[in-house]
Ligand binder design. Structure first.
Ligand SMILES: Nc1ncnc2c1ncn2[C@@H]1O[C@H](COP(=O)(O)OP(=O)(O)OP(=O)(O)O)[C@@H](O)[C@H]1O
Ligand SMILES: [Mg+2]
Length: 174
């Protein structure tokens, strides 16, 4: 399995990590964001959206009540927050599988609600270490995601080495 971890020291860094991931994305992808309430899933999603080219004046907020927000960018972006999903049948009504395996990028907060733990895609788990530090673990499931994880690790590695000074303290490890 292909994986690596990053520690982010601030909200801005998590958003920057997301932005770099968004820039790396060149083809359809399914990205599953796991983590407790307040872990930083939406912050990361906001960065991914910016990296895909969603304009700064368009707010990226959690689609908690609508379950899905759609943004047009370099690739179409479908941002799901399944926290309030009460019945898996709602996924069918939403057309989830078409978005998840379609021509755009699908981001999913609370993928536990899918009840499909082994779905292929880029799994990101965010863990709160303290008030401002978050550990982000990127795990690839499936060949397409492995390629993405390798490209992301390279891109983050060079971004970090360029910004080797404060306030950029994020570190990449295997
Ligand atoms: N390093 C960090 N990275 C991300 N967020 C951080 C960091 N440090 C502090 N925060 C704060 O943590 C919160 C993360 O909120 P966010 O909405 O992204 O969480 P979430 O995982 O999407 O939660 P939910 O499950 O409620 O949707 C924000 O208030 C943010 O300011
Ligand atoms: Mg959220």
């Amino acid at each position: 399995m292909c994986s690596f971890a990053v520690v982010s020291a601030t909200e801005a860094q998590t958003q920057e990590i997301g932005r770099i991931l968004g820039q790396v994305l060149q083809s359809p992808a399914l990205i599953l964001l796991q983590g407790d309430l307040g872990a930083g899933k939406t912050v990361l999603a906001r960065g991914i959206a910016r990296g895909l080219g969603v304009e700064m004046q368009i707010p990226i907020t959690s689609p908690t009540f609508t379950l899905m927000n759609h943004y047009s960018a370099r690739l179409e972006l479908y941002h799901f927050d399944l926290y309030r999903l009460s019945d898996p049948d709602e996924l069918i009504e939403l057309g989830f599988d078409d978005y998840a395996h379609g021509s755009g990028v699908a981001l999913v907060e609370w993928p536990e609600k899918l009840e499909r733990n082994h779905v292929n895609g880029l799994w990101v788990s965010l863990q709160r270490l303290d008030e401002n530090q978050r550990e982000l673990v990127f795990v690839a499931r499936g060949a397409e995601s492995e390629k993405l994880v390798i490209e992301l690790k390279d891109a983050l590695g060079s971004a970090f080495s360029r910004r080797d000074r404060d306030p950029w303290k994020a570190t990449v490890s295997q």
